[in-house]
Design a binder for this molecule. Structure first.
Ligand code: ZN
Length: 153
């Protein structure tokens, strides 16, 4: 294992054991639940927006509750930090970059810009070697996407 992989692994263990932004958020503008049946991971995501239903609105607070494997918890923890102050389009774009990284569509370190965007999320890049765990790493993100997608009443 090289130095950077070791660093990534420590980040995952750290966030998996001591998740950031863990707990409920009251009042929350939106609450969404997600479940990964392949592993049994569960998450409940709470979001607050800086402005009501405005395209200029950004995520002003994000917290989560849940239980599951270390990867799912670490990913949710890292996500709540990464999506702060992003608007819906930026959050979606970040998810797509992260997803591309996990499925091996983006080569890590080939593009410095990608690294800048993903930041600590790069710690989960090792998951691409374990396809069964991709759903663990993306659970929080899929929950986020359904939380921010417009829904029909
Ligand atoms: Zn899992």
């Amino acid at each position: 294992m090289n130095e950077i992989q070791e660093l990534y692994q420590q980040l995952i263990i750290d966030h998996g054991c001591n998740p950031r932004n863990f707990g409920c958020l009251e009042p929350a503008d939106c609450i969404e639940e997600g479940y990964n049946p392949l592993c049994g991971d569960r998450i409940k995501l709470y979001l607050q927006w800086s402005a009501a239903a405005d395209s200029a609105s950004v995520i002003s607070a994000a917290r989560f509750e849940g239980c599951g494997c270390a990867i799912s918890m670490a990913s949710a923890s890292l996500m709540t930090e990464a999506i702060m102050n992003l608007n819906k389009l930026q959050a979606e774009a970040l998810f797509h970059q992260f997803h591309d990284l996990l499925i091996g569509k983006q080569e890590e370190h080939q593009d410095g810009h990608l690294d800048m965007q993903l930041g600590k999320l790069m710690a989960l890049s090792g998951v691409k070697a374990f396809p069964m765990r991709i759903k663990c790493a993306t659970l929080a993100w899929h929950t986020l996407i359904s939380a921010i997608s417009p829904r029909r009443n």
